[in-house]
Design a protein around this ligand. Structure first.
Ligand code: NAD
Ligand code: MG
Ligand code: MG
Ligand code: MG
Ligand code: MG
Length: 332
């Protein structure tokens, strides 16, 4: 069973006199900077240049400085710039200023696991990976809660890396619900496999396939949209709150029987084989290689696919129906 840590396992003492540099002020960066500051910790925001993130940080009462400035003065450096950018920031703005006993902290294991960043032995390397988007990390914290996170230690030069990881997890609110211990390998691979085969890839393509099949069969796209796409949230909400068994108990007997029998026919052993293939491609590092190459070419595949999605019928219908759906939502 997974090892879970909560508030009682975490203590600020070990980091309260340390200077923390947060690199990046986007989704996670902003949330971490605000939460750690509210937790009484010493935070500096380090950024590349004076753009949107810089202005936002100033508006939030920080005094952002250039990346190398923040790193030079820091004991703990937290990488919250995009994953594909981290190795360049490391090579140009962090590595030259590394000090014995410094901490390099990540919110996702990609760069360390795939060895795009190879820190020297005399630093600690650990991770706190929130299981939710930055704005939620902030919002839950403000209301006394927190988003659960994964924590992992890759390099433990000081012998205290896990204690520091837990202190930072506490500072962003994650130990309030609890954090789960993992490894960089497990976090990185499961994150990629999950988003590809299930969350961002599998589920959305299933929704789009079901929608387009109904439309091709002559059903009205508006009706198809409600059934195959919009209702997904309601089913997922029930699974989220009550589990699969609870969801099956909540739907009609007809939906239960049809779902149980046809679900396994559509998502069959063949699909499982492909999920496994995709997972192996993540494990072998082939996916990371492919993605880095795509990114370095300027992401042509991503750009083309984004355009295709934007111009798709399901997107147009969704945009049209969203007003109507919004009108029906509870007003408070
Ligand atoms: P983001 O894209 O929201 O923010 C990136 C920040 O980096 C911005 O301040 C941006 O100005 C800055 N930046 C962009 N390009 C840069 C460059 N070339 N050089 C320097 N700075 C640059 O990023 P994010 O989604 O917060 O992701 C940060 C880390 O958190 C990643 O490792 C990601 O995997 C991890 N993470 C994100 C989420 C999430 O929901 N967004 C969840 C868990 C973990
Ligand atoms: Mg993820
Ligand atoms: Mg991810
Ligand atoms: Mg229905
Ligand atoms: Mg029904």
């Amino acid at each position: 069973m997974a090892k879970i840590y909560t508030e009682k396992d975490a203590n600020f003492d070990i980091i309260k006199n340390k200077k923390i540099a947060i690199l990046g002020y986007g989704s996670q960066g902003r949330a971490w900077a605000l939460n750690l500051r509210d937790s009484g910790l010493n935070v500096t925001v380090g950024l590349e240049r004076e753009g949107n993130s810089w202005n936002q940080a100033k508006k939030d009462g920080f005094n952002p400085v250039h990346t190398e400035e923040a790193v030079k003065n820091a004991d703990i450096v937290i990488f919250l710039v995009p994953d594909m950018v981290q190795r360049y920031v490391y090579r140009e703005k962090v590595q030259p200023y590394l000090k014995d006993g410094m901490d390099l902290v990540f919110a996702h294991g990609f760069n360390i696991h795939y060895k795009l960043i190879e820190p020297p032995n005399n630093v600690d390397v650990y991770m706190i990976a929130p299981k939710g988007p930055g704005p939620t990390v902030r919002e839950y914290f403000v209301h006394g809660g927190g988003v659960p996170a994964l924590v992992a230690v890759q390099q433990n030069y000081s012998g205290k890396a896990m204690e520091k990881a837990l202190a930072i997890a506490k500072g962003i609110g994650a130990t309030r619900p609890g954090v789960i211990e993992t490894t960089f390998k497990e976090e990185t691979e499961t994150d990629l496999i999950g988003e590809q085969t299930d969350l961002v890839g599998g589920i959305t393509e299933l929704m789009r396939t079901a929608f387009n099949t109904l439309v091709e069969m002559g059903y009205q796209p508006e009706v198809a949209y409600f059934e195959t796409i919009n209702e997904m949230k309601m089913i997922v909400d029930i699974i989220h709150d009550k589990g699969f068994y609870g969801m099956l108990k909540a739907v009609s007997d007809t939906a239960k029987y049809g779902g149980i029998t046809v679900g396994k026919y559509v998502i069959n052993e063949d699909v499982k084989k492909r999920v496994r293939e995709a997972a192996e491609k993540v494990r072998s590092g082939k996916f990371a290689e492919e993605w880095i190459e795509e990114y370095n070419r300027g992401s042509p595949i991503v750009k083309q696919a984004m355009e295709e999605v934007q111009n798709s019928l399901e997107e147009k219908i969704g945009n049209e129906l969203r007003d109507m759906i919004e009108r029906g939502k509870p007003k408070s």
